[in-house]
Design a protein around this ligand. Structure first.
Ligand code: ADP
Ligand code: ADP
Length: 225
């Protein structure tokens, strides 16, 4: 895992300051959650780290390298969205292979890596299906496989379980935790659900009105007398 250093990041829209001078360090291999209610700036901040949104001020360093001006596809970060963003016309296999083919990996490497990523999310047996032939939970596991298949330096997840029912959400929480343990990669996870944050995180950064108002372990934030 790599460190992620968010320094003095600001993003304004006309009448709103979506991200209000945020500085935050994610440790190598850490599972950090951005927790806050709707509109608190979580998604904007995550998308600035990913490179999909350009900040008005501040810098993003990953593994000590300044990525502020680097386009998203060069940042070597895996991203999972709330709505799976799978390619509907492609099989599961081809969805997961996509980032590797774009990176011009050899055919043998594509096969080996896709196989492994699908095994990790236990979807090897559904490789030939299209996304619309899968359940919501299975689709989100495909999105996870696609995000880890090129062994990114860090994995960014924007409310990845927000569209799932409670039972599936709890199951996927455990799977994502297991994935984190197995990969040892730095994870940045976004949720508005306090219980989910407590269940999953090494540390939680609480956002309100675009600012970080608290940072700490689940125990530090919620279980201290
Ligand atoms: P969260 O992910 O915590 O729900 P967002 O990062 O989506 O919060 O939004 C933070 C604030 O910025 C909100 O007030 C939202 O309305 C505003 N905002 C986000 N994106 C845009 C945009 N493209 N144009 C205008 N305002 C936006
Ligand atoms: P090409 O490079 O000519 O597209 P591939 O060997 O990548 O050929 O695969 C051809 C098709 O077979 C792919 O589009 C993919 O959907 C499917 N495929 C390849 N390997 C597997 C596999 N192990 N399991 C399921 N489907 C596979």
């Amino acid at each position: 895992g790599v460190s992620i250093e968010i320094r003095d990041v600001v993003k304004r829209y006309k009448s709103t300051t979506a991200v209000d001078n945020v500085s935050l360090t994610v440790q190598p291999g850490e599972f950090l959650t951005l927790l806050g209610s709707s509109g608190s700036g979580k998604s904007t901040l995550l998308n600035i780290v990913a490179g999909f949104i350009e900040a008005d001020a501040g810098t993003i360093e990953v593994g000590g390298r300044d990525l502020t001006k680097v386009p998203p596809y060069r940042r070597d970060l895996g991203m999972v969205f709330q709505h799976y963003a799978l390619f509907p016309h492609m099989s599961v296999w081809d969805n997961v292979a996509f980032p590797l083919r774009r990176r011009k990996c050899s055919r043998a490497e594509v096969t080996a890596r896709v196989q492994r990523a699908l095994d990790v999310v236990e979807l090897g047996h559904l490789a030939k299906r299209r996304p619309n032939q899968l359940s919501g939970g299975q689709q989100q596991r495909v999105a996870l496989a696609r995000a880890i298949v090129f062994q990114p330096q860090a994995l960014l997840m924007d409310e990845p379980l927000g569209a799932l029912d409670k039972r599936l959400r709890e199951q996927l929480q455990l799977e994502i935790k297991r994935l984190h343990r197995e990969l040892g990669t730095t994870f940045v996870f976004v949720t508005h659900d306090q219980e989910e944050a407590l269940a999953m995180s090494d540390r939680i950064a609480v956002l309100r009105d675009g600012g970080v108002v608290q940072v700490g372990t689940p125990v530090e934030l919620y279980e201290r007398p």
